[in-house]
Design a protein around this ligand. Sequence first.
Ligand code: 5GP
Length: 342
Amino acid sequence: DVFYRELPKVELHAHLNGSVSFQTIEKLIRRKPQLNIEHSMTAIGKGQRRTLDECFQVFKVIHQLVDSEEDILMVAKDVIKEFAADGVKYLELRSTPREEIPTGLTKRRYIETVIQAIQQCKEEGVDIDVRFLVAIDRRNGSQVAMETVQLAEEFLLSSDGLVTGIDLSGDPTVGHGRDLLSALQRAKNSGLKLSLHLSEVPSQHDETDLLLNIPPDRIGHGTFLHPEMGGSQGLVDKVVQKRIPLELCLTSNVKGQTVQCYSEHHFKYWYQMGHPVVICTDDKGVFATDLSQEYKMAATTFGLGREAVWKLSQQAIDYIFAPDSVKEQLKQKWSDLQPQEF
Ligand code: 5GP
């Protein structure tokens, strides 16, 4: 739909290796035929659903395909250009730095390569402002979390504003946030912004309550925060009082089966309350979607008119992890592009 594609958009929740398109997977498969990987192993098609556990298996397959500097550079550039082609004007990519001994990849080079991809796209004139959040995979425990924060701190100072924050992600059923608290607090104190996956699955209330005290600058998913989903009013009150924006990924949650169907998505709960929410893709490759589709799905499912959709995409500017000067530039862009009437 032209309106949704032309709508200027902000993408704040996109995992690099979950965002790899069909076309890029094709190129990676050709580079590594010996792995015998097929498309059905790297993406969840229309109408298909998987358990969250099966979704995490998919990332393992993609990681086999993306294991060198060369791969990361290609993947990151392709992903950035695809978001730009979909009308995304500002993108925060997140990714977990990996060491791959066979290819000589180090965590530092991993981050440097993503930065290089961002810079190359800029030099090529791609019309999108891209920032990078260094991700902590909760599976790897407290020490790796602390090392990741230290690495991110270095890049916060040396990357010309491209590295802006930390993401906490990875299989929510593994590990506990209490072990990661000191690393996350340290990140916050050194000026890194924090986006934390919280209450993505039921029965994480204690962890969520603890991590909300930091507090994070944004929340990923927050599917089970509110009482109707088994959360609690106390958790909701904390999020509302601190006015912490939620990054909401409709197709991801439906395909990953943490949400029954689109109309039951918690977008409705928070949007009706007037709480800050941002529509995002999560993993556009794995879940076979793009941000235009996600906006359209939210609009059709919850009956939002075009003006409301415009406002939704415009308000996302307020929640980006970049300085106020960038927010002003984006607001100018939105007002230049705004239709005379909806
Ligand atoms: P990468 O960090 O390798 O660029 O992207 C894939 C990784 O992002 C996964 O291994 C996982 O740690 C994280 N990730 C992607 N999608 C999700 C999600 O829906 N929930 C959580 N908790 N983590 C995710």
